[in-house]
Design a protein around this ligand. Structure first.
Ligand SMILES: [Ca+2]
Ligand SMILES: [Ca+2]
Length: 261
């Protein structure tokens, strides 16, 4: 009898482990912008940065651009990580550019010919360090209002006219914001009034889009739907920290990125 129970228990355990172990290529129910579960999205890319070489400025699966102040760091060296030991640190030490971590959604090598997905989802974790909130840094080139972390979803290309969705963690208000208006218009960002975060904390952020609208889910609360800046689909995901003409000693961190389409 005991032997039988042991065999059944082991079988159940194996079933459970098998069900939990498969992620890449799996499908899951998706909530579309009407709030109902009607479609299915497939996980097409995920990374926790644990397999990347420490100190690398080009983690596996990302696009090599002209400037990338994005570095694989480790909690063993005192840096934050959401899962495991490693994450991506985004800084801005260039007076002519800013940090970027770009994923071409289809895994290709050209941002201008990326496959456009008219439905998809990106989920990630983000962290702003305490320096992002310091307003009196002695570095005169530093603009303390620009120590924000952006995620911009573009169509073909990564110019302002290619924007489809643009959100940011805004350091001076400690709120999540989304851009409204035309893709090339003024920097009009709108607060998610209740989407307040703290520095030195990991935030879970998910954006899900369809052919005309998108939702943002921030630390478990859903905001939207909002209109896309333009229709036609998303081809490139661009994490950015800082401002082109300025530098800062502040840092942001990103970990556990998942992309579905
Ligand atoms: Ca990690
Ligand atoms: Ca800069």
């Amino acid at each position: 009898m005991k032997h039988k129970i042991l065999i059944i228990s082991m079988a159940l355990l194996m079933f459970f482990l098998t069900a939990c172990s498969s992620t890449t290529g799996s499908s899951e129910a998706s909530t579309d912008t009407t709030g109902t579960t009607t479609s299915s999205l497939t996980l097409s890319f995920s990374t926790d940065f644990e397999s990347d070489t420490l100190g690398s400025t080009l983690p596996t699966g990302f696009y090599s651009g002209s400037f990338a102040d994005a570095t694989v760091v480790s909690s063993n060296d005192g840096y934050p990580a959401h899962g495991g030991a490693q994450s991506i640190q985004l800084g801005d030490t260039s007076a002519s550019s800013n940090s970027k971590l770009v994923r071409i959604l289809d895994g290709g090598s050209s941002t201008s010919t990326a496959t456009l997905y008219t439905a998809g989802r990106i989920k990630f974790y983000a962290y702003l360090d305490a320096e992002c909130g310091v307003q009196n840094n002695s570095n005169t080139a530093e603009d303390e209002t620009q120590e924000n972390l952006y995620l911009t979803l573009y169509n073909n290309g990564t110019s302002s006219g290619n924007r489809v969705i643009d959100i940011r963690l805004e350091a001076s208000t400690l709120k999540l914001q989304h851009r409204t208006g035309a893709p090339t218009g003024d920097l009009t960002y709108v607060d998610e009034t209740n989407a307040v975060f703290n520095l030195e904390n990991w935030n879970e952020i998910q954006i899900e889009w369809d052919d005309s609208q998108y939702y943002i889910t921030f630390n478990g609360t859903q905001y939207g739907p909002y209109d896309l800046l333009q229709t036609g689909g998303v081809g490139n995901a661009y994490f950015k920290f800082g401002q082109s003409g300025l530098v800062t000693t502040a840092k942001a961190y990103v970990d556990d990125i998942e992309i579905y389409n």
